[in-house]
Design a protein around this ligand. Structure first.
Ligand code: HEC
Ligand code: HEC
Length: 473
C-alpha cells in the first residue's frame, strides 16, 4: 500500500516536472540493479558500442603507438616558456590561453541569459573566429598532442553554448540531471561519490572521472570506448541510468528553448544531437587546469644551474625568463616531502611514470592493476571494447593532475584516499592472470609513501573560472 502511494506520487512529481519543462514524456527509470549496474553503464551508450576497436586495440600497453607524441614533462626543454610575447603579438582577438576566464565565465551579466544578450553575443564576429590556442605551463608540453580541433574548430560562441548545455538539466529525461551533476567544478569536475548517480538516484558501476584537460586525449571513458569527446558527450544523454533520455527527445526539448534554437542554428547551421555534442566538447576542451607547484618547480629546476649574473649580461631575454621562473617557483613552493616524492614517482623506486607520463601525467593507455578483480564477476574494462582477453580488467590511466581533489579513486571508486592508492601499488596490486607486468611490489617506507602523496598533492593547479548558473530562460 505505502509502496504504491510512494510510486504514484513519484510519477505525479515526474509528470509535473515534465509539463513544467515542456519536454517529452518521461521514460520510466530502469530499476536499480547493482549486480548489473557496471555493465549497464558500460554498455548502454548506444552508438558507442562498436567503437573503432581495431584501431583502438593498438593502445594497450603492449604497443606503443603514441609514445612519440607524449613528451615526458621532465625531458621536455620546450616547457621553458618563451618570453612573454603576449603584449606585442598576443593581442589578436583569436589568440587565447586555454583556462583563462574570458572563455568559460559566460556572457557577462547576471540571472538567466536573455535572448537580447544572446543576440548581441551572436552578432559579434569575434565570437565566431576560430581560436588559436595556447596551453598553460605544464600542459603546454602537450601542444602536439591536442585532439579534435580540426574536426570541430574552437570558437568562443561554441564554448559558451557548450557551457550552457553542460550545466543544463534539461538534457535529461526528467530535467533533474546535468553533466555537472557528476562532473561539477566544485568537486574537481568529478563527483565525490563512489559511483555516478543519475536520474531517480540510479547508480552506475563506475566512478565519475574528471572532465578537465580532455583536450589532450581522444579516446574517452575508463575503457576508451568513445573515440572522441563529441562521441562521449552523446553517451550520457541516452544512458538509461545517467540522463535517461533519447537523442530525439533531447533535441526536441532543447529546440523548444528559443536561446538554444537561435545559437545552435547560427553556429552549426542545423539543430541536431551532433551539434549539441560538438558544443559540449568545445566547452570541455576549454577546461584546462593551470600550472601546479610541480610545474613551477620543474621549470625552475632545469634553469637552476644557470648563473643569473652571466645571463643578465649575455642573454637578457633568457634572464627575464629565469627571473620569472624563480619567482613563480618561490611563490608556489613544493615541500621537501613533495620533492622527494617526485623522485620516487619519476624514478625506478616508484616507477609511476611507466604509465603516468607526459604533460597530463597519463600515457592514455589501458592497464590492469587488479582493481576489482577479486570480485566474482569483475568489470572486464577494456576487453569489452577490444573483445581481446588480454585486455581483461584493464582501464585507462587517469591523470595525476589535481588528483588530490577527486576522491574516491580507481574506475570503481573503491579507494578512498591517495595513501590507500599508494598502499595498493606498494603491495603490487591484486594478483590476477592479466596483471600488468609493470606492477610490482615496491617495498616503500612509510615516509616514502607519504612523500608520494605529497608529490601528487603538489600536482594541483588553478582551475578555470566557470559560470555555473547562467542558463537560457
Ligand atoms: C550520472 C552521472 C553522470 C552524468 C550525468 C554524466 N557523466 Fe560523464 N561520466 C560519468 C561516469 C561514471 C563516467 C565513466 C564511465 C565509464 O568509463 O564507463 C563518465 C565519463 C565521462 C568522461 C570521460 C572522461 C575520461 O577521462 O575518459 C567525460 C569527458 C564525461 N563523462 C563528460 C560528461 C558530459 C559532457 C556529460 C553530459 C552530457 C556527462 N559526462 C554526464 C558520470 C556521469
Ligand atoms: C601499469 C601502469 C601504471 C603504473 C606503473 C602506475 N599507475 Fe596509477 N593508475 C594506472 C591505471 C590504469 C589506473 C586506473 C586503474 C583502475 O581504475 O582500475 C591508475 C590509477 C591511479 C590513481 C587513481 C586516480 C583516479 O583518478 O582514480 C592514482 C592516484 C595513481 N594511479 C597513482 C599512481 C602512483 C603514485 C604510481 C606509482 C607508485 C602509479 N600510479 C603507477 C596505471 C598505472
Amino acid at each position: 500500500m505505502t509502496i504504491n502511494k510512494t510510486a504514484s506520487s513519484y510519477l505525479l512529481l515526474t509528470a509535473l516536472v515534465f509539463s513544467f519543462a515542456g519536454c517529452q514524456e518521461a521514460k520510466s527509470p530502469i530499476p536499480k540493479d547493482d549486480a548489473t549496474a557496471a555493465n549497464t553503464a558500460a554498455d548502454s551508450d548506444e552508438g558507442l558500442t562498436e567503437p573503432e576497436a581495431s584501431e583502438q586495440s593498438e593502445d594497450t600497453e603492449t604497443t606503443d603507438t603514441r609514445t612519440e607524441k607524449v613528451a615526458p614533462v621532465v625531458a621536455d626543454e620546450n616547457a621553458v616558456p618563451e618570453k612573454s610575447t603576449a603584449t606585442d603579438e598576443g593581442t589578436a582577438s583569436n589568440k587565447v590561453m586555454l583556462g583563462s576566464p574570458e572563455l568559460t565565465a559566460g556572457i557577462p551579466g547576471s540571472g538567466p541569459v536573455t535572448m537580447e544578450e544572446i543576440k548581441v553575443w551572436l552578432d559579434d564576429p569575434k565570437n565566431h573566429e576560430v581560436l588559436e590556442i595556447e596551453l598553460p605551463l605544464g600542459l603546454n608540453a602537450g601542444a602536439g598532442q591536442i585532439k579534435g580541433l580540426e574536426e570541430n574548430p574552437l570558437t568562443r560562441a561554441k564554448i559558451e553554448l557548450g557551457r550552457q548545455l553542460y550545466f543544463d538539466p534539461r538534457l535529461s529525461s526528467d530535467t533533474s540531471v546535468s553533466c555537472a551533476s557528476c562532473h561539477h567544478p566544485d568537486e574537481g569536475f568529478a563527483k565525490k561519490t563512489q559511483f555516478g548517480e543519475g536520474i531517480g538516484g540510479q547508480k552506475g558501476g563506475r566512478n565519475s572521472p574528471a572532465s578537465y584537460n580532455r583536450i589532450l586525449s581522444d579516446a574517452q571513458f575508463w575503457d576508451g570506448r568513445a573515440a572522441s569527446l563529441e562521441e562521449q558527450a552523446k553517451g550520457p544523454i541516452q544512458n538509461p541510468i545517467e540522463m535517461g533520455n533519447t537523442h530525439e527527445a533531447c533535441v526536441e526539448c532543447l529546440k523548444a528553448v528559443p536561446a538554444y534554437e537561435l545559437q545552435i542554428n547560427k553556429i552549426f547551421g542545423e539543430f541536431s544531437i551532433d551539434a549539441v555534442a560538438k558544443a559540449i566538447a568545445s566547452f570541455e576542451r576549454a577546461l584546462v587546469t593551470g600550472p601546479s607547484p610541480f610545474d613551477y618547480y620543474d621549470r625552475f629546476s632545469r634553469m637552476e644551474q644557470l648563473d643569473p649574473d652571466e645571463l643578465k649580461e649575455d642573454d637578457p631575454e633568457l634572464y627575464a625568463t629565469y627571473v620569472t621562473a624563480k619567482a613563480d617557483a618561490e611563490a608556489h613552493p613544493m615541500s621537501e616531502s613533495a620533492k622527494r616524492g617526485k623522485e620516487i614517482f619519476f624514478g625506478v623506486k616508484g616507477g609511476c611514470t611507466a604509465c603516468h607520463v607526459g604533460p597530463n601525467l597519463t600515457d592514455e593507455k589501458y592497464h590492469n592493476l587488479g582493481v576489482g578483480m577479486d570480485k566474482e564477476k569483475p568489470d572486464i574494462g577494456r576487453e569489452e571494447v577490444t573483445k581481446d582477453e588480454k585486455d581483461r580488467g584493464a582501464f585507462k590511466t587517469p591523470t595525476i593532475r589535481n588528483v588530490a581533489l577527486t576522491p574516491p579513486y580507481m574506475h570503481d571508486g573503491s579507494q578512498k584516499t591517495l595513501l590507500e592508492v599508494v598502499e595498493w601499488y606498494d603491495k603490487g596490486g591484486h594478483t590476477n592472470p592479466h596483471l600488468s607486468d609493470k606492477i610490482k611490489k615496491l617495498n616503500l617506507t612509510d615516509q616514502e609513501k607519504a612523500d608520494l602523496v605529497a608529490f601528487m598533492e603538489a600536482c594541483t593547479g588553478e582551475f578555470p573560472k566557470v559560470e555555473t548558473e547562467r542558463l537560457p530562460e
